[in-house]
Design a protein around this ligand. Structure first.
Ligand code: SF4
Length: 448
């Protein structure tokens, strides 16, 4: 494989087997509060290991390895994150054995210093979505290889994130990213509009480049960011956009004509036809982002039996099985395992962080309270957060309940004029009171 435009020779992941390079000891990594595959971070309920998946994708064999590791070396709780990754919670003393199991399954980075920077989000329907302008996966592979292999990029924060959007109907367009690229077609040419510190669904692009300059653009933006940022400026939002753009050495085009149409349908739940004839994808949600070893093994079994032996995790904290010919059987199987397969399920639009049952910062048991709220007000699109860090949501939900004490929350409604959680509507509500208030409120006022 030839060197890329940063002069780096990409090395692709093995799908199974040993990692490309042996991993150094965990304590050689730079300090960070974020969990990684090689950095187990302690929480109230034990250690957390975050497994960053390339484009959210994982093979059935790798999913089985995650399930085994969670069962053997942790409490068995697996979380699907809102960045389409997986994490194992409740890890005990055998963390080295857990890490070794995951590395042996090929889930590690190309080199240890590259673990944190594997932050590139794609649509879960990349390469199979009938609405896409192009298949983002080859470009994503190239970008991920550069992020891992170019030593200077290891200076980026573990939270520094990129989105590559191919125009798919199934797309999370509201999660803020440090750099986003989004495809559109102008006069027959596929271009990539891009923006900094925002998202393609809400923000105007800075400019555009031809599709085949996509990798060079990512490299140029990251180099410019690192040239300009002080050690305290860890995210793109900390820098003036114009300063970064003026340092880019490649020619930029106008983004005139770019408009990112969002789909109204809830395409992350249910079964939908792919661009490939007679093929479907089946998507479902892990209730409040959590699954256990049996659910993950069961989903892997369905992927092997009915699909191509791969699964994809989604930013809606769910799973998607691609290339399915019998979607009904897979939907039934996922439902039996405990996944939410219908938008009618009371918890289908509810998200909640770990909360006080597993996080020392949590002021309330958000997951238990979310279940109670869903019973009182089924179908409400709400986010329960144990503190202001908002770990469960990378976007603003129509309704946010921010914990202030056990069982009590401040309630916010999304409002573009009020950044963060939105407009504060009521303070220190019990779950019963929040449910009554939401029930009495016209839906149009809470679902802006
Ligand atoms: S939002 Fe706060 S309470 Fe919830 S998991 Fe994050 S740090 Fe913990």
């Amino acid at each position: 494989m030839p060197p890329d435009k940063a002069g780096i020779i990409p090395r692709l992941y093995p799908s199974t087997g040993s990692p490309v390079n042996p991993m150094p000891a965990v304590n050689t990594l730079r300090p960070s509060a974020c969990p990684g595959l090689l950095r187990i971070v302690q929480a109230l309920d034990g250690g957390i290991c975050r497994i960053k998946l390339a484009g959210g994708s994982i093979t059935a064999d790798q999913a089985n390895a995650v399930a085994d590791a969670a069962r053997m070396y942790a409490g068995g709780v697996i979380e699907a994150t809102n960045r389409a990754n997986l994490q194992i919670r409740g890890i005990g003393a055998e963390q080295d054995a857990l890490i070794a199991r995951l590395l042996a399954a090929g889930l590690g980075p190309n080199n240890a210093a590259g673990d944190d920077v594997r932050n590139l989000m794609l649509s879960p329907s990349a390469g199979i979505d009938p609405q896409m302008w192009f298949d983002t996966r080859p470009l994503a592979t190239q970008v991920l290889a550069t992020l891992q292999n170019h030593a200077r990029f290891h200076q980026l924060s573990a939270k520094f994130a990129i989105q590559l959007d191919g125009g798919e109907a199934l797309a999370m367009l509201e999660h803020h990213h440090d750099l986003w690229l989004s495809a559109f077609v102008r006069e027959g040419q596929t271009l990539l509009a891009f923006g900094l510190a925002g998202c393609p669904g809400l923000d105007a692009p800075v400019a555009a480049v031809p599709l085949d300059h996509g990798h060079a653009l990512v490299v140029a933006v990251l180099e410019a960011f690192l040239d300009l940022a002080t050690p305290e400026q860890t995210r793109m939002r900390h820098l003036p956009v114009d300063n970064v753009v003026s340092r880019l050495s490649l020619p930029l085009l106008s983004a005139q004509g770019f408009k990112r149409p969002a789909s109204d349908a809830l395409l992350h739940i249910g079964s939908y036809p792919q661009t490939q004839k007679n093929q479907f994808y089946v998507a479902a949600i892990a209730p409040l982002g959590r699954l256990d070893s049996l659910m993950l093994q069961g989903a892997a079994q369905l992927a092997s039996e009915y699909g191509d032996g791969t699964l994809r995790f989604t930013p809606w904290q769910g799973v998607l099985l691609p290339n399915i010919e019998r979607p009904g059987a897979v939907t039934e199987g996922l439902a039996q395992l405990g996944f939410l397969c219908s938008t009618d399920h009371p918890l289908a639009r509810m998200i909640a962080c770990t909360g006080s049952s597993g996080c020392g910062k949590g002021l309330a048991d958000t997951k238990a309270d979310a279940v109670q709220l869903a019973a009182l007000q089924p179908g409400v699109e709400a986010h329960l957060s144990g503190c202001s860090r908002s770990c469960a949501a990378a976007h603003t939900a129509p309704v946010t309940l921010l914990a202030v004490s056990p069982g009590h929350y401040d309630l916010y409604f999304r409002d573009a004029a009020h950044p963060g959680f939105g407009r504060l509507h009521a303070r220190t509500l019990s779950i019963e009171a929040a449910g009554a208030l939401l029930r009495a409120r016209p839906r149009s006022n809470t679902d802006d």
